[in-house]
Structures are given as C-alpha cells and as structure tokens.
Design a protein around this ligand. Sequence first.
Ligand code: DMJ
Length: 679
Amino acid sequence: MENDHIITLPSGDDRARKSLRRTWNQLPRCQRNLIILGIMALCLMILLYLPGDQIIHDADGQPKPAPQPLHRDNVPLNPHHHPNINKDTLPQVVTELPAVADRLADSIINQNIVDGDEGANDKLNEQVAYGEPNSAENVVRLPETNAAAVVASRDNDNDEGAMVDNGADEINNIDSEFVEKKVTTLNDQLNEAIQHPLRLGGVSISEHLRKIQPLLAKEQHFHGASNERQSAVVAAFKHSWAGYKKYAWGHDNLKPVSQTSHEWFGLGLSIVDSLDTMYIMGLDEEFKEARDWVEKSLKFNTNREVNLFETTIRVLGGLLSAYHLSGDKMFLVKSAELGNRLLPAFLSPSGIPFSDVNLEDLSAHSPKWSPDSSTSEVTTIQLEFRDLSRSTNVSIYERMASGVNEKLHSLDKTHGLVPIFINANTGTFRNYATISLGARGDSYYEYLLKQWIQTGRKDNDNLILDYMQAIDGVLTQLMRRTPREHWVYIGELINGKDFKPKMDHLTCYLPGTLLLGHQNGMPDSHLILAKDLMDTCYQTYTRHPTHLAPEITYFATTDKEEQDMYVKPNDAHNLLRPEFIESLYYFYALTGNRTYQDMGWLIFQAFETHAKVEAGYTSLGNVKNTQNTRMRDLMESFWMSETLKYFYLLFSDNRKEIDLEQWVFNSEGHPLPVYPTAS
Ligand code: DMJ
C-alpha cells in the first residue's frame, strides 16, 4: 500500500514508451490505419502457419502444412450412418473405436507421402466424421476444372480450331461444313444407323470421318516403364500376351493351363481390351500387331448373340480408348460400325435396352435366363456411347444412352439405391429384387459420377444428384461395422429389404470412385467411407495365406460368430479381378501416398506366386490354401485390360501419367476424354 504514495521518476523504458506514443499520435490517421492493417495481416499469416515446425515442403518446394493424423477415436458417429447404433443411447462422443483399423489407417496415412495433393491428403488426415446425409440442396458449386484441357488442346492444334469448338452437328446443333445433311428425328437417326451399320450421316464411315477431320484425336505420348515395379508389370503383361498369342490368338480368352482358347462373343476380346494398355506401356510392337488384327480380322457381322454391356465396356470402350490415345482413326471407324450394330438393343418399348444383341441380324432381346436386364448393365454403356457421339459428331448414340439416365432418374428408389433388375419392356424395376453394390448393381453408381465428370461437372445435374443420394443410401442402409474389429463393409438388401452381410470383391471399386468423387467436391463422409472400405478390402487380401482376395466375403454381425470376416468354400475363387487395384490406383493418383503402391506390390507378388503359369496367368479356385489353389484355367480379358493397367499406373513415379482431370476411365479401365460441356 505504501508504494501507492511513492512518486517514482520515469524509467528509460517509460520514456521510450511515451515518445513512441507521441510519435504514433502525430501520424496522420490514414497512415495509422494502414499500419494496423499490416500488423493484423502479419498476425493472420503467423496463425495460418503455426506451429512453425510442422511446415513441410511439397514436391514443388512450396511450403504447406503437414498432414495431421486421423484419430478416429472421439469421432462423433452420426446415427443415420450407423444403423446398428441406438440413437437414444448414443453418447455425444464415441471413444472406443477400432484398434486394428486405426493402426492400419494411421500407418497408411502417415507414411510415404511424396507429392500428394494438399486437399486429398489433408482431408485424409483430418479428424472428420461421417456427415449428414446429402440432399439436392447440398450440391455445392464445385471448383473450376481444367477438364476442358484435352479438348481445348486438341482444338488448338487444329487449323480450324474455332469451328471445331462448335463442331458437333447434331450434338451442338451447328450446321457445319463438316457434315452435309442433318438427320433430325430420333427415330430417323436410329433407323438410319441400324439399317446402314457401315455408314454415318448418310455416307461411308470413312468418308464421314474425312469430313470431320479437324475434330479427330491427336496421338498421346507415353514413356514406358520408369522403375523396377513398372518393369515387372510390363513383364507380366508380355508373358500374358505371349501365351495368348501362342494359344488363343484371335479368340476371346486364353485358357493358360490347358493352353487352349475360350470363346464368348467371337470378338477377339483379349486383343481389343488390351490395346490401350499396350499403348500406355509403350509396347509398340505388340500394339502394332494388335492394331493390324483389328483392322483386318475384327468382324462384327457374325451371327452371334453378344451382351450389350460387356461388348460396350470391353470392345467399344477398348476401341475408343485406343483411338483417343493413338489418334489412329481406323479405331474410330470400327467403333462407329460397332455402335450402329449395338443400337437395336434400344428398340424396346421403354428405351431401357435389352441385354443381348445379334450383331449380324441386328435383333435384340432379354437374356435367355430372365425377362429382365441387369440394372448395372443398362447403366454402364453411357460413357462409351456418349464418347462415340462426341468423337463422330453424330448424336444418336449419346441420345439413346442418355435416355436411360433419364428413365432411371424418374424411377422410385430406396434411398437412392436401385434393385439389380429392370425390365426393358415395362421400364420398371423388378419387385423385391436385391439391392447391391456388387454384381449387377455396382457400376450404376460408378457411372453416375463418371458421366457427370465426363460432361463437365454441371451444377445440380441429375447424375450427381442421383449419385449423392445413392451414396447417402449406402451410408444409411448398407454400411455396417463388424462387432469386434469394426471393419466397415457394404452389405446387400435381399428382396430389397433384408440386410445380408455379404460383400463381393466387385464392390472394392467403390473406395476409388468415392475418392474421385470427393476430389470433385463430394462431402467428407464419402472420403471417410472410401478410406474405411479401402482398409477392409485390403484385409480381404492379406487375411488369406495366398494374399489374394476371394470373390465374396461375409462379415460377422454379432460377436458370437468366430471371426469378423469369413469365406464360404464356393466363394473362395479369384478371377484376377481388378477392382481393388483400381481403388489403390485412385488413392495413389489422387494423394501421392506411396504406401498404396506398397500395398499393390504385395498383391502383385501374390499373383506372380500363385496365378502365373507357363502360358500366362490363371484364375484360381481357392485363395485359402497355398498348397491347394485349384487353378481354374481362364485368363479373362480384364486381366490385361484392367488389372495390369492399374498395377502399371499405380507403380508409376508420375501419378498423373493419366491425368484424372482430363480422362475418365470406363468400367473396363479404358481412359476416355473428359468433355467440358454437358452437350
Ligand atoms: C470387368 O469386366 C469390369 O470391371 C466390370 O465393370 C466388372 N467386372 C469385370 C472385372 O471384374
């Protein structure tokens, strides 16, 4: 108290403070405001970059904040997305969460990020919860894409670029110099194409393409394998190709154990399906021999029933992709003829295509075994048919295929989810059909997103609205966790309503598609599901002594069951399928995290160990016993088209070897260009 009365002389510090204040007061007001603003900006910068020791540099030398590990404990669970959880008893914060999954997640996330996209990696590492279900209103304006780049650059290369920009006659309604006559009505166009499968726009296909010369694709360049892992994949491809060439040349598939061939549609599936893989791998010689076979020996006028979906994704997709990558218009000529011959499938009362077409007599009908078409099949032809229209400047293919989108959009669904059968005559779903993201359902969801990307990511487009609603349905109706180890999986609804804890390997495409969607503006709940599902799919490989996944896995629903995951004897086969490798590729391509490469390498080696035989690679009957894998004697064309292509791209040092801003992969792994506009 005494000190209150003591008068003290100003210290040196006080004097300095006073003179500073005086100087400050003498400054003009605007100057003072400027200084204050400057200091505030400085503080903000410091805050943004704190803590300083966590600042890291990306591959370009640009500083960016270090990713934070994802801690899944303390993640509030949304009851909508965790149907097993009783809402009333749900605490604000769930603290006990999976130990194993967390360990794997952390190890995946924290290692090996070499040149990741900030966005994807930061989000993968953030503490994020499954969000609220989406609604149409939640569709946000998405970031500008440079998706137009492929087309724009192609246009710039053309002398008549300005005209090419609007070059589609029927598509963009431009009466151009490239096409003499417009065929206007849908029926006219359809009849014209079906009656004259070797013509386009009233002239021969080649002549038509000459007229649209400036629109045609320019060749793309690839450099071949750049590291040991990529070289190992190229060697695997060459081994497969050599066996196919020796024992099955010109036939659909190789039977590598018996060293014979297997016929399905009589379309040389393995050759056409492999074209773009060889082009990307830089296998010029092999590409040339395949190309020459296509030109001389690929005939469509054979009296055989083919499946519309399989022929579209493998043959039409393969030809179109080969055309876009190589710039060789022979592939487009073949594509146009095939497109014309497939069109009869759309001659149904509802516009939903029949499943089978005879390419010679041009008749179409439902499958022999059922009155219905598979939902995934009728909805997984659109990327290819649209691309054919955009490439030839003839709109009929896109119009027919888009009609299916519209029809599907108008039908009632279960939380955005669709039954796996649909009738081409009535245009309605089969009552009480199963709902699944596996066989017969899978690529419906895949093509909603990919078509939206292909057409320039238009705001509030039905495709993306349907996709968002569907993924909400997946989160709320189909996603579950196992009771002990908490593995996330996607089950099925039998009869459209009864939950079955069964997941096909086919469903392992979903993590990659979800991540692609998230990269394009979809909510964080999609990202978390992608990552959780990725962990589970990886487990379906590593749990088995062969390190290969079975065709189908079941999951425990109560802790009374012995194991969290189990495989029935009849489901233990492996057909050399690509879906999980495809997802690994998306995770690597979109994040730059090399751990996904290591995961893929483990699986690649497993194929080398167990599936490689003298004449190629074979599907297996049993992944559960290394001593009794029961070779099945078939090498499906998707092994060379998809599995090996995704392995090769996954192991690339350049994760943008195929730039996902400019290309979209069809369901058979064939890259097609992204177009900047919806139509
Ligand atoms: C491929 O033909 C395609 O990926 C298709 O969409 C699903 N099945 C096989 C591969 O498993």
